[in-house]
Design a protein around this ligand. Structure first.
Ligand code: GRF
Length: 206
């Protein structure tokens, strides 16, 4: 049995991506392998961080033609026989065609996940923490969900509440979210690696 292969897609800072890398490096290489980290933004700090951690990176920049962009990404996924895609601050929606294509390689199993800093369906999209903060909510949270073609609309797998104390500042509260995100996402990666989360292999290779 070969290791489960994952690809991480990220457009920005990459703190979640690096938490996933750290967890994968802690686990056995026979169980899990990060095939690559892919970004659509040349200046994304995640690219440098990934290189420093010894992880292969790819940059596939936005193109006028979405289909051509996705075809390039699919060909990388195909080349590395990727089983799971972990979105970690990837600022592009995946098309229904892309998702369908990836699913076909896994006998219809949904193996694309995302982490989002709100209790979905509340506050989908960007600036979720800041919007919840300015609404003075007492609690928000983190959602780990499967990915469909919508904006943060896929089936929810895990949610955890992040409470807000009265004197909390936006930076302090944001930090609380990141800590929860990193823990939940790393735990999920471990579940995938250890077979606690069923995985249909894209292609068994020796
Ligand atoms: C995180 O808040 C994640 O939940 C959201 O985008 C942000 C990415 O942050 N999808 P980072 O680049 O992982 O630090």
């Amino acid at each position: 049995m070969r290791p489960v292969r994952i690809a991480i897609f990220a457009s920005g800072t990459g703190s979640n991506a690096m938490a996933l890398v750290a967890k994968a490096q802690e686990l056995s290489k026979e169980k899990i392998e990060i095939a690559f980290i892919l970004s659509d933004k040349p200046a994304a700090p995640v690219l440098e961080k990934a290189k420093n951690a010894g992880v292969r990176t790819y940059l596939v920049e936005k193109k006028a033609d979405r289909k051509a962009h996705e075809a390039e990404v699919l060909s990388l996924l195909h080349e590395y026989h990727v089983d799971w895609i972990f979105l970690a601050g990837y600022m592009r929606l995946l098309s229904a065609d892309f998702i369908q294509h990836f699913r076909q390689w896994h006998e219809g199993a949904e193996q694309i996940v995302n982490i989002h800093p709100s209790l979905l369906p509340a506050y989908p999209g960007v600036d979720s923490i800041a919007r919840a903060f300015s609404d003075s909510v007492k609690e928000s949270g983190v959602t780990l969900h499967l990915v469909d073609e919508g904006m943060d609309t896929g089936r929810i797998l895990v949610q955890e509440i992040v409470c807000r104390s009265q004197d909390s500042t936006l930076p302090a509260w944001t930090q609380q979210f990141h800590e929860v995100e990193h823990r939940l996402y790393s735990q999920f990666l471990e579940n995938v690696a250890l077979g606690r989360q069923p995985t249909v292999y894209f292609k068994e290779t020796p």
